[in-house]
Design a protein around this ligand. Structure first.
Ligand SMILES: NC(=O)c1ccc[n+]([C@@H]2O[C@H](COP(=O)([O-])OP(=O)(O)OC[C@H]3O[C@@H](n4cnc5c(N)ncnc54)[C@H](OP(=O)(O)O)[C@@H]3O)[C@@H](O)[C@H]2O)c1
Length: 271
Protein backbone atom coordinates (compact mmCIF):
# COMPACT_ATOMS: atom_id res chain seq x y z
CA UNK A 1 0.00 0.00 0.00
CA UNK A 2 1.36 3.45 -0.80
CA UNK A 3 0.26 6.83 0.41
CA UNK A 4 -1.08 9.46 -1.97
CA UNK A 5 -1.09 12.95 -0.51
CA UNK A 6 -3.18 15.75 -2.02
CA UNK A 7 -2.07 19.35 -1.49
CA UNK A 8 -5.34 21.25 -1.85
CA UNK A 9 -8.72 19.81 -0.96
CA UNK A 10 -10.92 21.59 -3.50
CA UNK A 11 -13.07 20.59 -6.47
CA UNK A 12 -10.74 18.30 -8.39
CA UNK A 13 -9.41 16.61 -5.26
CA UNK A 14 -12.96 15.83 -4.17
CA UNK A 15 -13.77 14.36 -7.60
CA UNK A 16 -10.57 12.28 -7.65
CA UNK A 17 -11.22 10.97 -4.15
CA UNK A 18 -14.71 9.91 -5.19
CA UNK A 19 -13.27 8.15 -8.27
CA UNK A 20 -10.56 6.43 -6.22
CA UNK A 21 -13.10 5.23 -3.64
CA UNK A 22 -15.38 3.98 -6.41
CA UNK A 23 -12.43 2.02 -7.78
CA UNK A 24 -11.76 0.64 -4.28
CA UNK A 25 -8.22 1.93 -4.28
CA UNK A 26 -5.75 0.22 -1.99
CA UNK A 27 -3.75 3.44 -1.63
CA UNK A 28 -3.87 5.33 1.61
CA UNK A 29 -5.30 8.80 0.87
CA UNK A 30 -4.28 11.94 2.76
CA UNK A 31 -5.43 15.51 2.10
CA UNK A 32 -3.84 18.76 3.19
CA UNK A 33 -5.72 22.05 2.82
CA UNK A 34 -5.64 25.33 4.69
CA UNK A 35 -9.40 25.24 5.29
CA UNK A 36 -10.31 23.01 8.26
CA UNK A 37 -13.97 22.92 7.12
CA UNK A 38 -13.03 21.42 3.73
CA UNK A 39 -10.86 18.82 5.46
CA UNK A 40 -13.69 17.82 7.80
CA UNK A 41 -16.03 17.46 4.85
CA UNK A 42 -13.60 15.34 2.79
CA UNK A 43 -12.87 13.12 5.77
CA UNK A 44 -16.56 12.51 6.28
CA UNK A 45 -17.38 11.92 2.61
CA UNK A 46 -14.41 9.81 1.54
CA UNK A 47 -12.93 8.40 4.74
CA UNK A 48 -9.54 9.97 4.00
CA UNK A 49 -6.89 11.00 6.48
CA UNK A 50 -6.54 14.77 6.73
CA UNK A 51 -3.53 16.85 7.72
CA UNK A 52 -3.70 20.52 8.53
CA UNK A 53 0.06 20.58 8.85
CA UNK A 54 1.88 20.56 5.49
CA UNK A 55 5.02 18.96 6.93
CA UNK A 56 3.15 16.01 8.44
CA UNK A 57 1.30 15.52 5.15
CA UNK A 58 4.41 15.54 2.96
CA UNK A 59 6.36 13.32 5.35
CA UNK A 60 3.91 10.50 4.60
CA UNK A 61 3.77 10.87 0.82
CA UNK A 62 4.83 8.27 -1.72
CA UNK A 63 3.02 10.27 -4.39
CA UNK A 64 2.24 13.95 -4.01
CA UNK A 65 -0.65 15.50 -5.98
CA UNK A 66 -0.43 19.28 -6.24
CA UNK A 67 -4.06 20.36 -6.56
CA UNK A 68 -4.04 24.05 -5.73
CA UNK A 69 -5.05 26.79 -8.17
CA UNK A 70 -2.28 27.92 -10.56
CA UNK A 71 -2.01 31.23 -8.68
CA UNK A 72 -1.24 29.31 -5.44
CA UNK A 73 1.43 26.98 -6.85
CA UNK A 74 4.39 29.28 -6.10
CA UNK A 75 3.28 29.83 -2.50
CA UNK A 76 2.68 26.13 -1.81
CA UNK A 77 5.99 25.08 -3.37
CA UNK A 78 7.90 27.76 -1.45
CA UNK A 79 6.43 26.50 1.83
CA UNK A 80 7.11 22.92 0.79
CA UNK A 81 10.71 23.81 -0.16
CA UNK A 82 11.27 25.31 3.30
CA UNK A 83 9.83 22.21 4.92
CA UNK A 84 12.10 19.92 2.88
CA UNK A 85 15.07 22.20 3.63
CA UNK A 86 14.29 21.77 7.31
CA UNK A 87 14.69 18.01 6.90
CA UNK A 88 11.08 16.85 7.24
CA UNK A 89 12.03 13.91 5.05
CA UNK A 90 15.26 12.44 3.79
CA UNK A 91 16.43 14.44 0.76
CA UNK A 92 17.92 11.32 -0.84
CA UNK A 93 14.46 9.73 -1.12
CA UNK A 94 12.88 11.01 -4.37
CA UNK A 95 9.25 12.05 -4.18
CA UNK A 96 7.00 11.55 -7.20
CA UNK A 97 4.96 14.75 -7.61
CA UNK A 98 2.02 15.22 -9.98
CA UNK A 99 0.89 18.76 -10.72
CA UNK A 100 -2.69 19.30 -11.85
CA UNK A 101 -2.20 23.06 -12.24
CA UNK A 102 -3.44 24.12 -15.67
CA UNK A 103 -0.80 25.84 -17.79
CA UNK A 104 2.08 25.53 -15.31
CA UNK A 105 4.92 23.77 -17.17
CA UNK A 106 7.31 21.11 -15.86
CA UNK A 107 10.31 23.41 -16.28
CA UNK A 108 8.71 26.03 -13.99
CA UNK A 109 7.71 23.39 -11.42
CA UNK A 110 11.29 22.07 -11.41
CA UNK A 111 12.63 25.61 -11.05
CA UNK A 112 10.32 26.38 -8.15
CA UNK A 113 11.17 23.13 -6.38
CA UNK A 114 13.77 20.69 -7.67
CA UNK A 115 15.04 17.40 -6.18
CA UNK A 116 13.99 15.38 -4.31
CA UNK A 117 10.76 16.05 -6.24
CA UNK A 118 10.30 14.23 -9.55
CA UNK A 119 7.71 16.24 -11.47
CA UNK A 120 4.99 15.00 -13.79
CA UNK A 121 1.75 16.66 -14.90
CA UNK A 122 -1.77 15.29 -15.20
CA UNK A 123 -5.01 16.81 -16.45
CA UNK A 124 -8.07 14.95 -15.16
CA UNK A 125 -11.62 16.30 -15.09
CA UNK A 126 -14.38 16.13 -12.47
CA UNK A 127 -15.83 13.26 -14.54
CA UNK A 128 -13.35 11.01 -12.75
CA UNK A 129 -15.96 11.09 -9.95
CA UNK A 130 -18.07 8.65 -11.97
CA UNK A 131 -15.17 6.42 -13.01
CA UNK A 132 -15.60 7.58 -16.62
CA UNK A 133 -12.94 10.23 -16.73
CA UNK A 134 -10.18 10.92 -19.19
CA UNK A 135 -6.80 12.10 -17.95
CA UNK A 136 -3.85 13.38 -19.95
CA UNK A 137 -0.44 12.77 -18.44
CA UNK A 138 2.96 14.10 -19.43
CA UNK A 139 6.35 12.99 -18.17
CA UNK A 140 9.88 14.34 -18.41
CA UNK A 141 12.12 12.16 -20.61
CA UNK A 142 14.20 11.16 -17.61
CA UNK A 143 11.33 9.65 -15.60
CA UNK A 144 11.66 5.89 -15.04
CA UNK A 145 9.18 3.37 -16.43
CA UNK A 146 8.20 2.43 -12.88
CA UNK A 147 7.32 6.01 -11.99
CA UNK A 148 5.43 6.49 -15.27
CA UNK A 149 3.44 3.35 -14.56
CA UNK A 150 2.71 4.50 -11.01
CA UNK A 151 1.20 7.77 -12.26
CA UNK A 152 -0.61 6.10 -15.15
CA UNK A 153 -2.18 3.46 -12.88
CA UNK A 154 -3.35 6.03 -10.35
CA UNK A 155 -5.39 7.90 -12.97
CA UNK A 156 -6.40 4.77 -14.87
CA UNK A 157 -8.33 3.64 -11.81
CA UNK A 158 -11.06 6.17 -12.68
CA UNK A 159 -11.00 6.29 -16.47
CA UNK A 160 -8.93 6.36 -19.62
CA UNK A 161 -5.40 7.81 -19.58
CA UNK A 162 -3.66 9.34 -22.59
CA UNK A 163 -0.03 10.39 -22.82
CA UNK A 164 0.30 13.85 -24.36
CA UNK A 165 3.58 15.66 -25.12
CA UNK A 166 3.88 18.71 -22.93
CA UNK A 167 3.89 21.02 -25.98
CA UNK A 168 0.26 19.93 -26.60
CA UNK A 169 -0.87 19.88 -22.99
CA UNK A 170 -2.54 23.28 -22.98
CA UNK A 171 -4.46 22.47 -26.16
CA UNK A 172 -5.71 19.26 -24.57
CA UNK A 173 -6.64 21.12 -21.38
CA UNK A 174 -8.74 23.68 -23.26
CA UNK A 175 -10.49 21.17 -25.50
CA UNK A 176 -11.02 18.51 -22.84
CA UNK A 177 -13.25 20.19 -20.34
CA UNK A 178 -16.59 18.77 -19.34
CA UNK A 179 -17.66 22.39 -19.06
CA UNK A 180 -18.07 22.37 -22.88
CA UNK A 181 -20.88 19.86 -22.50
CA UNK A 182 -22.50 21.65 -19.55
CA UNK A 183 -22.19 24.98 -21.37
CA UNK A 184 -23.80 23.60 -24.52
CA UNK A 185 -26.55 21.95 -22.43
CA UNK A 186 -27.31 25.18 -20.57
CA UNK A 187 -27.36 27.20 -23.81
CA UNK A 188 -29.58 24.78 -25.73
CA UNK A 189 -31.97 24.30 -22.80
CA UNK A 190 -32.25 28.08 -22.32
CA UNK A 191 -33.09 28.41 -26.00
CA UNK A 192 -35.63 25.58 -25.67
CA UNK A 193 -37.37 27.46 -22.87
CA UNK A 194 -37.42 30.62 -24.94
CA UNK A 195 -39.06 28.55 -27.69
CA UNK A 196 -41.87 27.57 -25.28
CA UNK A 197 -40.75 24.36 -23.52
CA UNK A 198 -40.95 24.03 -19.74
CA UNK A 199 -37.60 23.78 -17.90
CA UNK A 200 -37.58 20.01 -17.41
CA UNK A 201 -38.60 19.21 -20.98
CA UNK A 202 -36.08 21.71 -22.35
CA UNK A 203 -33.30 20.10 -20.27
CA UNK A 204 -34.38 16.55 -21.13
CA UNK A 205 -34.58 17.23 -24.87
CA UNK A 206 -31.27 19.13 -24.87
CA UNK A 207 -29.42 16.48 -22.84
CA UNK A 208 -30.58 13.68 -25.15
CA UNK A 209 -29.84 15.78 -28.23
CA UNK A 210 -26.28 16.54 -27.16
CA UNK A 211 -25.22 13.42 -25.30
CA UNK A 212 -26.88 10.35 -26.83
CA UNK A 213 -25.54 10.71 -30.35
CA UNK A 214 -22.04 11.32 -29.05
CA UNK A 215 -22.15 8.25 -26.81
CA UNK A 216 -23.47 6.17 -29.72
CA UNK A 217 -20.61 7.42 -31.91
CA UNK A 218 -18.06 6.54 -29.21
CA UNK A 219 -19.27 2.98 -28.75
CA UNK A 220 -20.25 2.30 -32.36
CA UNK A 221 -18.36 1.88 -35.61
CA UNK A 222 -19.98 4.58 -37.75
CA UNK A 223 -18.00 7.62 -38.77
CA UNK A 224 -19.04 11.01 -37.48
CA UNK A 225 -19.67 12.11 -41.06
CA UNK A 226 -22.10 9.24 -41.72
CA UNK A 227 -23.95 9.89 -38.45
CA UNK A 228 -24.28 13.57 -39.28
CA UNK A 229 -25.63 12.66 -42.71
CA UNK A 230 -28.14 10.25 -41.16
CA UNK A 231 -29.41 12.88 -38.69
CA UNK A 232 -29.72 15.78 -41.10
CA UNK A 233 -32.30 15.44 -43.89
CA UNK A 234 -31.49 17.84 -46.73
CA UNK A 235 -34.04 20.64 -46.61
CA UNK A 236 -35.23 19.52 -43.17
CA UNK A 237 -35.31 21.18 -39.77
CA UNK A 238 -31.92 19.96 -38.48
CA UNK A 239 -30.26 21.15 -41.70
CA UNK A 240 -31.87 24.58 -41.41
CA UNK A 241 -30.85 24.84 -37.75
CA UNK A 242 -27.21 23.75 -38.25
CA UNK A 243 -26.76 25.94 -41.33
CA UNK A 244 -28.10 28.98 -39.49
CA UNK A 245 -25.90 28.23 -36.47
CA UNK A 246 -22.78 27.99 -38.65
CA UNK A 247 -23.72 31.17 -40.53
CA UNK A 248 -24.19 32.96 -37.19
CA UNK A 249 -20.58 32.11 -36.24
CA UNK A 250 -20.84 28.86 -34.23
CA UNK A 251 -17.38 27.73 -35.41
CA UNK A 252 -15.95 31.21 -34.84
CA UNK A 253 -17.36 31.33 -31.30
CA UNK A 254 -15.76 27.97 -30.45
CA UNK A 255 -12.40 29.04 -31.95
CA UNK A 256 -12.49 32.29 -29.98
CA UNK A 257 -13.33 30.46 -26.77
CA UNK A 258 -10.47 28.00 -27.27
CA UNK A 259 -8.04 30.83 -28.09
CA UNK A 260 -9.03 32.59 -24.84
CA UNK A 261 -8.46 29.35 -22.90
CA UNK A 262 -5.00 28.95 -24.45
CA UNK A 263 -4.12 32.56 -23.55
CA UNK A 264 -5.25 31.86 -19.97
CA UNK A 265 -3.03 28.75 -19.83
CA UNK A 266 -0.03 30.76 -21.03
CA UNK A 267 -0.77 33.43 -18.41
CA UNK A 268 -0.88 30.71 -15.71
CA UNK A 269 2.66 29.71 -16.69
CA UNK A 270 3.79 33.21 -15.80
CA UNK A 271 2.08 33.29 -12.39
N1 LIG B 1 -11.59 21.81 -11.14
C1 LIG B 1 -11.26 21.08 -12.19
O1 LIG B 1 -12.12 20.55 -12.90
C2 LIG B 1 -9.81 20.82 -12.53
C3 LIG B 1 -9.49 19.83 -13.48
C4 LIG B 1 -8.15 19.58 -13.75
C5 LIG B 1 -7.15 20.32 -13.14
N2 LIG B 1 -7.49 21.29 -12.26
C6 LIG B 1 -6.41 22.03 -11.61
O2 LIG B 1 -6.40 21.61 -10.24
C7 LIG B 1 -6.04 22.70 -9.42
C8 LIG B 1 -7.11 22.86 -8.34
O3 LIG B 1 -8.32 23.23 -8.96
P1 LIG B 1 -9.68 23.23 -8.12
O4 LIG B 1 -10.75 23.62 -9.06
O5 LIG B 1 -9.79 21.96 -7.35
O6 LIG B 1 -9.37 24.44 -7.11
P2 LIG B 1 -10.10 24.78 -5.73
O7 LIG B 1 -11.45 24.15 -5.69
O8 LIG B 1 -9.98 26.25 -5.56
O9 LIG B 1 -9.20 24.02 -4.64
C9 LIG B 1 -7.90 24.43 -4.30
C10 LIG B 1 -7.77 24.27 -2.81
O10 LIG B 1 -6.40 24.47 -2.44
C11 LIG B 1 -6.39 25.30 -1.28
N3 LIG B 1 -5.09 25.99 -1.17
C12 LIG B 1 -4.62 27.01 -1.91
N4 LIG B 1 -3.42 27.40 -1.46
C13 LIG B 1 -3.13 26.60 -0.41
C14 LIG B 1 -2.03 26.53 0.47
N5 LIG B 1 -1.00 27.37 0.38
N6 LIG B 1 -2.05 25.60 1.45
C15 LIG B 1 -3.09 24.76 1.56
N7 LIG B 1 -4.18 24.78 0.76
C16 LIG B 1 -4.20 25.71 -0.23
C17 LIG B 1 -7.52 26.26 -1.56
O11 LIG B 1 -7.85 27.00 -0.42
P3 LIG B 1 -8.46 28.52 -0.61
O12 LIG B 1 -9.81 28.33 -1.23
O13 LIG B 1 -8.45 29.05 0.77
O14 LIG B 1 -7.51 29.24 -1.55
C18 LIG B 1 -8.59 25.31 -2.02
O15 LIG B 1 -9.25 24.68 -0.94
C19 LIG B 1 -5.89 23.92 -10.30
O16 LIG B 1 -4.52 24.17 -10.53
C20 LIG B 1 -6.60 23.55 -11.60
O17 LIG B 1 -5.96 24.12 -12.73
C21 LIG B 1 -8.80 21.54 -11.92
Amino acid sequence: MSTVVFLGGGRITSAMLAGLRLAKTRDRLVVHDRNPGKLRDLKKRYAVAVEQDLNSAVKQADVLIVAVRPSSVREVLRTLGNALGNGIRSIDRPLLAVSLAAGVPLRLLGKLLGPPLLWTRAMPSPLCRSGRGLTAVTFPRTLSRTDRKRVHDLFASFGQVVGIPESKFDAFTVIYSCSHGYHALATLARTGRAAGLDRNTALLASAHALADGIVAWRVGKDSLESLLEEAVTPGGIAAATATAMDAAGYGRAVRRGVAAGLRRARANAGK
